[in-house]
Write a protein that binds this ligand. Structure first.
Ligand SMILES: *Cc1c(COP(=O)(O)O)cnc(C)c1O
Length: 421
């Protein structure tokens, strides 16, 4: 039995006795206590964008910590929050003019759901249904699990989850079914909001769909007065090739959630951006119309300063160019697997590449997942498959040689663990 008192997330301790200790992070690497290093091919669960410990972000954290720590954000404000809000409004799709801070992806999604219901209640036309997309993931709190796919992760908590309307995933060639279903469930005008992960469904298996589907979903939402919530917690900050994925569909959602890459991944922070219409529905001399939400660590000044430094990196460094180059390398890397019999469904959106290993079983609990993870870790690579789905979601500083190492290892994993059709 381990000596540690720590209970790790998404970890079956009975099956994972030895948990590596990390003592240093740098660029695309995690350094272990034993002196070896691990190539972080999943950006430490999708949070790191530029690379670990970007100097400019770390400097902003240091500098701000010399004057500010947490301050109550109800009735008080501070410069990092004000400047960041202005910057976010400038960068986000047009019309998202209000910024509500919180501290994690799950929380900013909870905030979005509450804003949507609060909006309809405050305008005197209550709506409470939420429409979700099949295979979605929006977080691990009760509310966000309710709007996410049901499965082994949340089976124990099912009695607490609220009911939603689900539209099918827009699989290639079947996109119209998704649109028709959304049209049908929104027609009676009971739906407060549709919540979607734009372009890429992350935890659901790196499932990808084209931008035009999102454009059409927005049109249907508008026609029925249903709000569109874009959960850009994973897709934001360049992941899909543009700063926000919604840009590729040329849409402005009514509410946009951002977290993971907001501070470049250095420190927790989240923001829910909303239209002025939603803000105005809460703006009243009637206290009952207040937006009743707060996290203790709302708009932590040090986190806001880290996010501002991230915004400055986007402004001053060729980040878009780096992303374009990485995106091309990911495409070229996938070419290697086109005719490989052990893999299927190779796909790419922006900096994210994914492919499915052909095995006897699939799904998150497929025995193959942990075996693959151990296989890569033995080779100094942090790759964490979603069941039989292998994906690379690296920090933007990763080099071509490092990607080659990953592709070599994936090829080897195919031969070792895959089965031919
Ligand atoms: C990770 C993720 C979340 C939850 O974020 P946490 O910070 O882990 O709470 C929500 N939505 C999407 C799309 C995510 O990928």
């Amino acid at each position: 039995m381990s000596q540690s008192q720590v209970w790790h997330p998404f970890t079956q301790h009975a099956l994972e006795p030895a948990i590596p200790e990390i003592v240093l992070t740098e660029g695309a690497y995690l350094h272990k206590a034993d002196g070896t290093r691990i190539l972080d091919a999943i950006s430490s669960w999708w949070v790191i964008t530029h690379g670990h410990r970007h100097p400019r972000i770390m400097k902003a954290i240091e500098t701000t910590a010399s004057t500010l720590d947490q301050i109550i954000f109800a009735g008080f404000t501070h410069e990092p929050a004000e400047r960041l809000a202005k910057a976010l409004v400038g960068l986000a799709p047009p019309g998202l003019d209000r910024v509500f801070y919180s501290d994690s992806g799950s929380t900013c999604v909870e905030v979005a759901l509450k804003m949507a219901l609060g909006y309809f209640r405050n305008i005197g036309a209550p709506r409470s249904r939420i429409v979700v997309m099949e295979h979605s993931y929006h977080g691990d709190t009760i509310g966000t699990m309710s709007v996410g796919a049901r499965g082994v992760f949340n089976a124990a908590y099912e009695p607490l989850l609220f009911e939603v309307d689900t539209i099918p995933f827009p699989a290639a060639g079947r996109e119209q079914e998704t649109l028709d279903r959304f049209e049908a469930v929104s027609r009676n005008q009971h739906a407060a909001a549709l919540i979607v992960e734009p372009l890429v469904l992350g935890a659901g298996g790196m499932l990808m769909y084209p931008a035009w589907v999102l454009t059409e979903l927005k049109k249907i939402a508008e026609a029925s007065g249903t709000l569109l919530i874009a959960d850009e917690v994973m897709t934001g900050w360049g992941r899909t090739g543009t700063l926000f994925a919604c840009e590729q569909a040329s849409i402005s959602p009514d509410i946009l959630c951002t977290s993971k890459g907001l501070t470049g991944g250095a420190i927790p922070l989240a923001a829910t951006l909303a239209t002025d219409v939603i803000f105005q529905a809460h703006y009243s001399t009637d206290r009952k119309k207040t937006f009743f939400h707060s996290s203790s660590y709302t708009a932590n000044p040090i986190a806001c300063a880290a996010a501002l430094a991230n915004v400055e990196i986007w402004r001053d460094e060729p980040v878009a160019e780096r992303i374009a180059v990485l995106s091309e390398k990911q495409a070229a890397g996938l070419q290697r697997f086109r005719d490989n019999p052990f893999f299927t469904d190779s796909r790419k959106t922006g900096t994210i590449a994914a492919l499915d290993l052909r095995t006897g079983s699939s799904g998150y609990l497929a025995e193959i997942g942990p075996k693959l993870r151990a296989f890569f870790l033995e080779r100094g690579l942090l790759v964490r498959p979603l069941g039989n789905v292998l994906y690379l979601l690296p920090p933007y500083c990763i080099t071509g040689d490092e990607l080659d190492r990953l592709h070599d290892a994936i090829e080897e994993a195919g031969e070792r663990f895959g089965s031919k059709p």
